[in-house]
Design a protein around this ligand. Structure first.
Ligand code: PEP
Length: 251
């Protein structure tokens, strides 16, 4: 069975002190939770401080991006996956739509970063999702299918154990518009079909597929009630420990 994952993406919010305070508050609120894995993704400067405070808890820590490079070298401003691991991350968000839209992330760089993450033993939370125009012109599945096939190209069966897919329709991120549970389930089932075609049905059955896009305490249970929705990647509503804890306790 797939253990659900509730992950928070803190984007470019919070200084170190606030990050640590939020994480500690969350730790206290979810101390008894075992029905799902919990991940928080602070800014890179706060990774180490947060990870140290989460040590021994049921909260995992993710980075929000990584370098395509696997060797240390002259790459100003980049962070190699072993540095993220050294700072305490056990996973990394790759290909978030904000990075695809504003920072030139492509399926090819997603593929390189995903392989880099796996080679250092990090789980890769690979984000895919269509824009509003693409959905309205009937291209949603072909866009998401292409992102998956290209982003995960060349991964072995054991590599795929480190993959978590996040379906995040771009039109639902930070907009207050959520995909209906039916829309989300339909795309998640399609994603599993694409994974099955590319990597085999056993692999596809094991991959956790998270939904992201304006997930809140009020809508998480309806989303989580669907067979192929294995969790949530939460932006805005993860910034406060109390609302994120309510999402974690969706049951
Ligand atoms: C996100 O940043 O991945 C996200 C889904 O944001 P929000 O929950 O704010 O829509």
């Amino acid at each position: 069975m797939r253990k659900p994952i509730i992950a928070g993406n803190w984007k470019m919010f919070k200084l170190i002190g606030d990050s640590v305070d939020t994480a500690i508050e969350l730790r206290q609120l979810v101390t008894d939770v075992s029905h799902c894995e919990i991940i928080i993704g602070p800014v890179a400067t706060a990774l180490n401080a947060v990870a140290e405070r989460m040590s021994g808890s049921n909260i995992r820590v993710a980075a929000q991006n990584c370098s395509t490079e696997t060797e240390h070298g002259a790459h100003t401003g980049e962070l190699c996956c072993d540095m993220l691991k050294d700072a305490g991350a056990d996973s990394v968000i790759i290909g978030h739509s904000e990075r695809r839209q504003f920072y030139g992330e492509t399926d090819a760089s997603v593929n390189q970063k995903t392989k880099a993450a796996i080679s250092f033993g990090l789980d890769a939370i690979v984000c895919v999702g269509e824009s509003l125009e693409q959905r309205e012109s009937g291209q949603a599945q072909s866009v998401v299918g292409g992102q998956l096939e290209n982003g995960l190209r060349g991964l072995t069966v054991s590599d795929m154990e480190r993959i978590i897919v996040a379906y995040e329709p771009v039109w639902a991120i930070g907009t207050g518009k959520t995909a209906t549970p039916e829309q989300a389930q339909e795309m998640h089932a399609y994603i599993r079909k694409v994974l099955s075609g590319a990597h085999g049905s056993e692999v596809a059955d094991g991959v956790r597929i998270l939904y992201g896009g304006s997930v809140k305490p009020a809508n998480v249970s309806d989303l989580m009630a669907n067979d192929d929705i294995d969790g949530a990647l939460v932006g805005g509503a993860s910034l406060e420990a109390s609302s994120f804890a309510q999402i974690v306790k969706y049951r």
